[in-house]
Design a protein around this ligand. Structure first.
Ligand code: NOJ
Length: 575
């Protein structure tokens, strides 16, 4: 497979706010490409696919943990933060990945699970066997399992307490996730120092930032819920100050599965910033709710809330990732509705969520996949794609836990989907062979050969997004419509006025969740008389009338991205 050169965006390489315009791609090293036939993906394999990712229009990779680990939680159970699991590669190979990515103007974000370690970590082994030693206080030990009564259990399918008894130390230790993942004791300054050293180690290796896994949970108090407690924010401010001082341009991304104001708190304030970005957990399930309920109301509500974020901070928007589609941020009534639509087989559920990939969730409907991606690429924030979703990969609900959607990337119709030349039985997980998503027909090679494939469509949308700065940098304002199924908003960008020279622009985005065609009137008096043009093909649309209304006819689950006003714009297809 060979790939033509992508559109180069002037400025993105040097822009200190590059992350606001970037398109991110989550790729598990284990799942992408196996270069040495041992059945597991590796760093060298990933390097060999950078051309593909560049062709697709990806600006930044997010790599889930690839450190030393017993892999009992997909690598989020780290047993040594500064070495790489042998089957994935070496530190030198990681350096090579960073260099080769940077050569392509692509950033590399790594994942740092610093709330907890694996129980196989040397720190824990020493802590349990030598309570008086240097690591004795590295974890949260107690003689009782009754402390912190307000702290909820996250892995509800697997754990019934946040405490586990250690027979060696003969005490209980606290854990927010699996019992083999003891929480670090952030009250101990030596832990904070050790974590700072780890962060510096990877920044010194050239990474462009990190996703801070499970970040709300660092500090816990007897009265609190252990989520976003004040000392956790103080810690983040210190990390941010260090990054800004010593590693400017690198970013911190918060994984905080919380309500909008609580998530925004992880970006800090203008005076005391914390993370540069936070994932938009509240918006994500509402996209799925709207698709099936045919109602735009929930999205309108959440997008109309004006959650203040500091200057320079941005959201990370996503549809799916390596975890379950979490339903923690919806009410019980909505959760039940979503289980009914999307997880009708109990095997599809895990914890408080749904362990399926995007395409099966949307029943492989091209219209729904396009609508969902059109939202992903136009909501306020930077889009995060999950590997394989660009070709509509399927899942395997017969595999345990979240492995259902972590199967090997499907490159070709050949053995092991072109992922590996190992004996098929040796793969870390089997490739998807289901009736609808079988790798014989769902793979990169066959989609490259079809100009109307989902892969080409997604690449095109990415490139259209990238030439319109309003998507990365503009404000979002919801507009009133007279149709319950239609969401309309504008992305308004006043122009940069800086050396990157972006012109002002306004884009009207309209989405219909109706399962039939719909006619809608959108009101925007401030645009009275203004013209509209389609961003994809440049076609003229009727102008806003003298009152600032516009009547649009929407196809079933259709959407429009329309340039508002006169003036040139750089639109069109990627070559
Ligand atoms: C969040 C990660 O996304 C998830 O995969 C992991 O299981 C938990 N943190 C615990 O580390």
């Amino acid at each position: 497979m060979s790939f033509t050169a992508p559109i180069q965006l002037p400025g993105l390489a040097l822009d200190p706010q590059w992350y606001k315009r970037a398109v991110f791609y989550e790729v598990m090293v284990r799942s992408f490409l196996d270069s040495n036939a041992d059945g597991s993906g590796d760093l060298t394999g990933l390097v060999s696919k950078l051309d593909y990712l560049q062709w697709l229009g990806i600006d930044a990779l997010w790599l889930p943990p690839f450190f030393q680990s017993p892999l009992r939680d997909g690598g989020y159970d780290v047993s040594d933060y500064t070495s790489i699991l042998a089957e994935f590669g070496t530190v030198d190979e990681f350096r090579d990945l960073v260099t080769k990515a940077h050569e392509r103007n692509m950033r590399v974000i790594i994942d740092l699970p610093i709330n907890h370690t694996s129980d196989a970590h040397e720190w824990f082994q020493q802590s349990r066997s030598d309570p008086e030693g240097p690591y004795g206080d590295f974890y949260m030990w107690s003689d009782s399992d009754e402390k912190y009564p307000n702290v909820r259990i996250i892995f509800t399918d697997y754990e019934d307490s946040n405490w586990a008894f250690d027979p060696v130390r003969r005490q209980f230790y606290f854990h927010r996730f699996f019992s083999h993942q003891p929480d670090l004791n952030y009250e101990n300054p030596a832990v904070v120092e050790a974590i700072f050293d780890i962060i510096r180690f990877w920044l010194d290796l050239g990474v462009d930032g990190f996703r801070l896994d499970a970040i709300p949970y660092l500090f816990v108090s007897e009265e609190g819920t252990g989520e976003g407690e004040p000392p956790t924010h103080e810690f983040l401010k210190k990390v941010r100050a260090m990054v800004d001082r010593d590693y400017p341009g690198r970013v911190m991304i918060a994984e905080a599965n919380q309500w909008p104001n609580e998530v925004a708190a992880f970006m800090g304030t203008d005076e005391e910033p914390e993370c540069h970005m936070a994932f938009d957990f509240p918006a994500m399930p509402r996209i799925f709710y709207s698709l099936r309920s045919q109602q735009a109301g929930e999205l309108v509500r959440v997008l109309s809330e004006h959650t203040h974020v500091p200057e320079g901070a941005g959201w990370g928007v996503f549809l799916r990732n390596h975890d379950e589609l979490t339903l923690e941020m919806v009410t019980e009534e909505y959760r039940q509705a979503m289980y009914g639509w999307y997880a009708y087989d109990p095997r599809m559920r895990v914890n408080v969520g749904i362990r399926r990939r995007l395409s099966p969730l949307l029943d492989n409907s091209r219209a729904e996949l396009e609508l969902a991606h059109a939202l992903l690429f136009s909501l306020q924030g930077s889009p995060f794609l999950y590997y394989g979703d660009e070709i509509g990969m399927g899942d395997n609900i017969w595999l345990p836990d979240r492995d259902a959607s972590r199967t090997p990337m499907q490159w070709t119709p050949d053995r092991n989907a072109g992922f590996s030349s190992a004996d098929p039985g040796k793969l870390y997980l089997p490739v998807v062979q289901s009736l609808v998503y079988n790798y014989h027909h769902v793979n990169v090679e066959s989609q490259l050969a079809q100009s109307r494939s989902l892969l080409h469509w997604i690449r095109n949308v990415i490139h259209v997004r990238k030439v319109h700065p309003a998507f990365g940098l503009g404000q979002l304002r919801v507009l009133p419509t007279n149709h319950d199924s239609v969401l309309a908003f504008v992305r308004e960008y006043p122009g940069s006025g800086n050396q990157f020279g972006d012109a002002p622009e306004t884009v009207l985005c309209v989405f219909s969740f109706a399962h039939n065609p719909a006619a809608v009137r959108i009101e925007a008096p401030e645009f009275a008389g203004q013209s509209l043009r389609d961003l994809f093909g440049g076609g003229d649309f009727p102008s806003f009338d003298a009152e600032g209304g516009i009547e649009l006819t929407m196809g079933t689950q259709g959407f429009y991205w329309l340039h508002v006003g006169e003036g040139q714009f750089a639109g069109g297809r990627a070559s």
